[in-house]
Design a protein around this ligand. Structure first.
Ligand SMILES: [Zn+2]
Ligand SMILES: [Zn+2]
Length: 357
């Protein structure tokens, strides 16, 4: 056990420092940042962005037809100055610049360390302990079914992680950063404290480990039929579903059925809503299916106007990039000190939520 922990710490240190360990690695890491809009593995690749703009274009046409007061032009509809020039949006832009570099140079390499450890532990458990014999071949339909299954499992663990980020007061201290945005733009999606990534990564680790063992003996050329430009076909298709509009001012619904399956713009914007009826609803990240299945889905009327942000919080606590990074540690420290002096964090579950939201 101690050996495994020591091995993990060594891997994390190795991965964390890999980006700055040589000039070549450093330029490769910077290239990763610059390739954000061209690599299909990046959620911001231009074909996906174009699909989101097209969906917004359809919404604009429909809004004009239905005589709902609309913007004078598509550009004003898509980029209203009141949203994109809002101080909260400007803070999102600054936070994004800092986090993009920090993530590539430090956080993502550490997450890669967790994935490697997950694969190693899964192999030891499934093959070493349970004596599982992983498949060496699988027909194409089986490979596609496995790709979809792992994609769904991965998303389900993200749903669970998001639920914990809301329900556990210590974790909520960090997730508040994401909910502190007063207006939503696609950049707001990146307003997230790095600690969140570790919570999600730890919950996803068993799925990553299982996938690692499952695919280990399947020839790469077989698996390649379920991939396109380094990304799974399922992820590629999902990229065209308009995920950038989740964080936007456009409460677009895809209809009663798709709103129950996909996290559509209306579904995620409801999650950010200040209305108490919407609190602790819609935890899904890609699929609303989990919310539908577990009773946490809320679909408001799409004409309802939603306001976003944190109720009862001091806006000044979330006013700068530095405060978004450091503030959660201070609030979490305060919670721990409070629990040491007045008992465990049980009562505070609701108290902290109502203070925080
Ligand atoms: Zn949330
Ligand atoms: Zn969000």
């Amino acid at each position: 056990m101690i050996d495994a922990v020591r091995w993990f710490l060594a891997r994390v240190a190795e991965y964390s420092l890999s980006a700055v360990s040589s000039w070549d690695n450093f330029t490769a890491a910077i290239g990763e940042v610059l390739g954000t809009f061209t690599r299909l593995t990046s959620g911001l690749a231009w074909p996906y962005l174009l699909a989101s703009v097209t969906i917004a274009g359809v919404a604009y046409r429909l809004s004009r037809k239905s005589h709902v007061p609309s913007a004078p032009s598509f550009s004003a509809f898509l980029f209203p100055r009141g949203v994109y020039g809002h101080p909260s949006a400007k803070l999102d832009y600054r936070f994004y610049l800092v986090s993009a570099l920090l993530n590539v140079l430090l956080i993502f390499p550490m997450l890669a360390g967790i994935s490697v450890l997950a694969g190693r532990m899964a192999k030891a458990f499934l093959i070493g302990y349970l004596a599982w014999n992983p498949l060496v071949t699988l027909p194409a339909p089986g490979l596609f079914a496995a790709a979809l299954g792992f994609y769904l499992l991965h998303d389900f663990m993200n749903y669970c992680a998001h639920l914990l980020l809301h329900k556990v007061p210590l974790l909520w201290s960090f997730h508040q950063v994401h909910h502190s945005a007063d207006v939503l733009t696609p950049v707001s999606a990146y307003r997230a404290h790095p600690l969140e990534f570790f919570v999600s990564a730890i919950l996803r680790a068993p799925v990553i480990g299982l996938a690692f063992v499952f695919y280990e003996n399947v020839p790469a050329q077989d698996v390649a039929i379920t991939m396109i430009s380094g990304i799974s076909l399922v992820g590629f298709i999902y990229g065209f579903s308009g995920p950038h509009l989740q964080h936007s001012h456009l409460p677009i619904s895809y209809g009663p059925l798709l709103d129950r399956i996909l996290v559509t713009p209306l579904v995620h914007q409801t999650h950010h809503s200040l209305d108490p009826r919407h609190h602790d609803k819609n935890f899904g990240v890609k699929f609303a299916l989990w919310d539908w299945l577990f009773g946490t889905l809320c679909l408001p009327d799409r004409h309802e106007s939603l306001r976003f942000g944190l109720v009862g919080s001091n806006k000044d606590d979330f006013a700068t990039v530095g405060k978004l990074y450091v503030g959660p540690f201070q609030r979490a420290g305060g919670l721990i000190r409070g629990s040491l002096t007045s008992g465990p964090l049980t009562r505070s579950q609701d108290a902290v939520r109502s203070e925080g939201l």
